[in-house]
Ligand binder design. Sequence first.
Ligand SMILES: C[S@@+](CC[C@H](N)C(=O)[O-])C[C@H]1O[C@@H](n2cnc3c(N)ncnc32)[C@H](O)[C@@H]1O
Length: 405
Amino acid sequence: MRNRSAKTVHISFRQLVDIPSTTHGVFGLYRYPAKFIPHVIAYVLKHYGKPHMSVFDPFAGYGTVGTVARLYNLDYEMWDLNPILEVLHRVTLLKVPKIDPSAVVSEMRRSKEEYCPDWSNVAYWFHEQVLPVLKRAWGYYHSLQEEVERLLLTIPLLKVSRLFSYDDPGRMKLSKSPRSIARVEGILRRGVEREFYGHLSNEIDSLVRRLRQYSDMSPRPVRSVVKAGIDTLTETLTETRDLLVTSPPYMQSQEYIRYAKMDLFWLGHPEEEIRRLAKLEIPYRTVPRVRINSPTFHILREKIDEEKMLRVYDNYFHAIVGFFDRIQKQIGYRMFIFVGRASMRGRPVPIDEIVAEHLVANGWRHEETLVDKISARRMFRYGKNPATQIEDARTPSERLVVLSK
Ligand SMILES: C[S@@+](CC[C@H](N)C(=O)[O-])C[C@H]1O[C@@H](n2cnc3c(N)ncnc32)[C@H](O)[C@@H]1O
């Protein structure tokens, strides 16, 4: 059953917002899975935000909402289960440094410090000739006293370490593939150390260039709160926020912590913490049941006859709906919820309609749903659906549900 009172409008966020490209400046620094393109948030803040309003993203991922909020002079609050949000966001806010990459690299090569991640599987992911080079580079990193110096190296080191691992970066969790094995073999033939530091130096250059591009967009010094490594389903919002802009996790796979874990290990997070966080990811956790006021949700639910699928379906919607029920009183004006269109066993699941129906029953007005034909974030390449092992039929079409009080 559709929510027919609201209109569906086809638009192109890229054409409506004046940001040169989706990966301009700090927006292209790091490949966070399912990352917003800045245009989506810029569109929202340009049309509905006023300076000094505040915006809240409870599933902030890479932190694009905060980085864009500064361009429009809005305060912001961001939360995510993934602890990497905090360090990544700090990097994007660095002042443009005066730095000579070759001097940094030479100092790093002279360092005798070593760092070994607390990761039982580390030898599986790195060739024995690669691992010692990485341990020394990260040893230098962890020995740095100045936070700014460490932040400057964070993303270059994360990127090059992944490039030198057996991970295939296109997949949604760590996975070795013939392609990634061939990549490492090439590195071994050409010489690990020289190639490692060559890439690192280029990445430092690229970071400085991107920080400069962002700085040229005149970000403002606004007030911000960032909570990383927390569970959105139990965390408390202490201040009322004017706008909520978010994209909740994807329905059918537990992907973010598993994807990020290599980076988290190098940054110093212990295995035990990563295991604990992975268990809190939506939708593979049991959550308290709430009343879901969406006819579409119940009609579709009747058609699912497999127990496992039903569990994922229920956990997903009870988590998301339960969260909005709990938080909605503290959102002053509008909510913008960005969702993909999922499918289960080939049957479409219109997440946008289910969420909108429920929130309309709660008293919100569904103003419109904006649909961008071109996928507005970088999704994982699924081959088979991880939950069903069926060839994936999910379309990249994504929708921004606009709700007002
Ligand atoms: C679609 S992504 C958001 C991406 C973000 N819009 C960006 O631009 O990078 C969904 C996020 O939900 C987070 N997440 C999943 N379960 C969570 C939980 N229980 N608490 C907080 N965040 C959670 C994931 O870590 C992921 O970053």
